[in-house]
Design a protein around this ligand. Structure first.
Ligand code: NAD
Ligand code: ZN
Length: 348
């Protein structure tokens, strides 16, 4: 194997990335695995790091290889590694649990109190090789297309958000049809929702929602969302809300559209504190709220891979662009235009 590899690096405390030649990480600890990255996909977090916003200035310590969503092949393993072997096709959970805190010790690693994030706290996957701890690796059946495997982490966010309740016959409102909202449209249909209503501002994403099976797509700037939802649900309101925009007014609008006794999964991450009338939006309506972080380890991964392995859902429309690794600048630019779904870098 070669000694050096190409890697996309946050070099200094300024805007941008650079594509550099660096050493392949060969000093594997006993529980480490070296993976040859074949596909990697871009997430909003990578854009934050690229733009060097307030969050990344506090969190990232350059130089740092970025990226966390990927698919690859195991090429070397540490002495204690037994769950994967050289040649296995893998992806990975990007939240690396400490294994020691109360949550980790009680079967809830996804809410570890001391988790590290791949490509944020340790070197990431926008590189020809990445070193990852065995605990986060997830082996895949080779029949799952490589591009699908690369986006299983955000797909898992959608699977996790839809998991806490039975969707059969339910009228579902999804606020925000970014990649995760769009995945959730397909999942809601698959899980038996009777009606899937989406709110979205961006035209490309409205189309993504439609392609994934949305029955109605509303634009909050053009439609009165509350009265439309009431009309479409015979005056009741939605049974389930999936909040996937990270926008405060979408959250409040979504909650106001829920029927009494409704259920909400909140995945969106808001740029600042949200102010809302808890009494009328939640308490007096008897709303059940699920706050969703990451993916359950590894129930979500099992569900996600079974659905993809057996072709229960076609996520092709959500993958709008594939760029060769060298064209990473075009990929970042397309990502930042907002006129895309998932964007994949091909490292083969
Ligand atoms: P994204 O930012 O690509 O998608 C958000 C979408 O919401 C965009 O298409 C945007 O046009 C739309 N939107 C914005 N304002 C809106 C409004 N007022 N009404 C309707 N739609 C509106 O993000 P994504 O990658 O699909 O992720 C969705 C959300 O989940 C983001 O907030 C992201 O930060 C968050 N997230 C959370 C977790 C977690 O573990 N909780 C993990 C990944 C992502
Ligand atoms: Zn922990």
């Amino acid at each position: 194997m070669k000694d050096h590899m190409k890697a996309l690096i946050k070099e200094g405390r300024t805007q941008g990335f650079s594509l550099n030649e660096v050493e392949v990480p060969r000093d594997l600890g006993p529980n480490d695995v070296l993976v040859k990255v074949l596909r990697a996909s871009i997430c909003g977090t990578d854009v934050h790091i690229f733009s060097w916003d307030e969050w990344s200035q506090k969190r990232i310590k350059p130089p740092q290889i970025v990226g966390h969503e990927f698919f690859g092949e195991v090429v070397d393993i540490g002495n204690n590694v037994s769950s994967v072997a050289i040649g296995d096709a893998v992806t990975a959970e990007t939240h690396i649990p400490c294994g020691k805190c109360l949550q980790c010790r009680t079967g809830r690693m996804h809410i570890c109190k001391d988790l590290k994030i791949l490509g944020v706290d340790i070197d990431g996957v926008f590189a020809e090789y990445v070193r990852v701890p065995e605990v986060v690796l997830w082996k895949l059946d080779p029949s799952i297309p490589k591009d699908f495997a690369s986006v299983m982490e955000p797909f898992g966010n959608a699977v996790h958000s839809c998991a806490p309740f039975d969707m059969r016959g339910m009228r579902v409102l999804i606020t925000g049809a970014g990649p995760i909202g769009a995945f959730s449209v397909g999942l809601s249909k698959l899980y038996g929702a009777s009606l899937v209503i989406v709110t979205e501002l961006n035209e490309t994403r409205k189309n993504l929602a439609r392609k994934m099976g949305a029955d109605i797509v509303l634009d909050p700037r053009q439609n009165d969302v509350l009265s439309s939802v009431l009309r479409l649900t015979d005056g009741d309101g939605a049974d389930i809300l999936l909040e996937m925009s990270g926008n405060e007014s979408a959250l409040i609008q979504g909650l106001s559209c829920l029927t009494n006794g409704g259920i909400a999964s909140i995945l969106g991450v808001y740029p600042s504190s949200v102010t809302m009338d808890i009494n009328s939006l939640l308490t007096f309506k008897g709303i059940t709220l699920y706050a969703i972080t990451g993916r359950k380890m590894f129930e979500t991964w099992q569900t996600s891979s079974a659905l993809l392995r057996h072709n229960r859902i076609d996520i092709t429309p959500v993958i709008t662009h594939v760029f060769p690794f060298e064209k990473w600048q075009d990929a970042m630019q397309t990502m930042m235009s907002g006129d895309s779904g998932k964007i994949i870098l091909n490292l083969e």
